[in-house]
Design a protein around this ligand. Structure first.
Ligand code: ZN
Ligand code: ZN
Length: 300
């Protein structure tokens, strides 16, 4: 099951990469034929997509590796690093766009009404749209958050390219040259915003963010429902590393209970938690009633 979805992910990551390269080529040709800064910005957005696809492909493979002696907690956090790397490329692309925007505002030049150039850009957008819908469908079916996120991202690309194309046509029709540069600037801002979101999310992940309140509540319920024989559980902490979730807590039992009995309770709770949380790593600290320091209590 896990390796199944990993290979699905790899296949889609490869597909995304191949299409991103094709779309990038089409958009580069469109920018070159029309001389439009806005279409150039749109092509740079595609460069970011190619880099994202390459990094995602490496990250998916690395994250699937089992834990080893060097990285005993596994490779899950590689996803956050890849997001930071992509965020940096996004910032560079945005700077390049802002530079061209500035040049375009200083010396406005009308994009050329090159039919071939415009058509090539439209073709690239159609390819993106079809692939986005496919990613969203498969993402829903497989319950994959990252496939759906990729699909959503491509859909916003489609929308921004459509807006850029309409703007470029407007500039050509009205003869208002600065519109091209203004559109490019807007694309740059949109790219920068998506990069900021990405970096923020991954930094929070690197800082060992807890699972959200809803999942934490669910984890507490499972512990409470399966801790029969124990007195209470407290100090529940969780952290996430990509798809892996680390859960730890203290389990208070009667001081007279044998190690075997306490261990059986731990095993039962662990088994239920693993069913509920994919790839959960659980650590339970057992303590006798008379030594327990109560905090963050779950009553059992
Ligand atoms: Zn304790
Ligand atoms: Zn054990």
């Amino acid at each position: 099951m896990a390796s199944d979805s990993a290979s699905t992910m790899t296949r889609f990551a490869l597909g995304s990469l191949a299409l991103a390269v094709v779309v990038l080529a089409l958009k580069a040709v469109a920018a070159w034929l029309t001389g439009s800064i806005a279409l150039y910005a749109d092509a740079l957005e595609s460069v970011v997509n190619v880099i994202t696809a390459v990094v995602a492909l490496i990250a998916v493979r690395l994250a699937a590796r089992p834990a080893d002696a060097v990285l005993p907690y596994g490779y899950g956090k590689v996803e956050y690093f890849s997001a930071v790397i992509i965020g940096i490329f996004i910032a560079v692309a945005a700077l390049a766009i802002f530079w061209e925007t500035w040049q375009g505002l200083m010396q406005p030049r009308l994009p050329k009404a090159h039919l071939g150039g415009i058509s090539v850009s439209v073709l690239g957008t159609i390819i993106n749209a079809v692939w986005a819908v496919l990613l969203l469908r498969v993402g829903h079916r497989e319950g994959s958050l990252s496939l759906r996120a990729d699909g959503q991202h491509l859909l916003t690309d489609v929308a921004s390219t459509a807006a850029v194309l309409i703007g470029v046509l407007l500039a050509i029709v009205t003869g208002y040259a600065p519109l091209d540069a203004i559109l490019a600037g807007l694309v740059g801002i949109a790219i920068l915003w998506s990069g900021w979101q990405l970096i923020r999310e991954s930094v929070i992940g690197l800082m060992d963010v807890s699972v959200d309140d809803k999942r934490l509540g669910h984890i507490r319920e499972i512990i409470a429902a399966n801790a029969e024989g124990a007195i209470e559980a407290h100090d529940i902490r969780t952290r996430q590393a990509g798809r892996r979730t680390f859960i730890e807590f203290h389990l208070v039992v009667a001081g007279s209970m044998s190690v075997s009995e306490a261990h059986a309770i731990c095993d039962r709770i662990e088994a239920r938690l693993r069913e509920a949380e994919t790839d959960a790593q659980i650590t339970i600290h057992v303590e006798p009633e008379e030594k327990a320091k109560h905090s963050g209590i779950v009553v059992v």
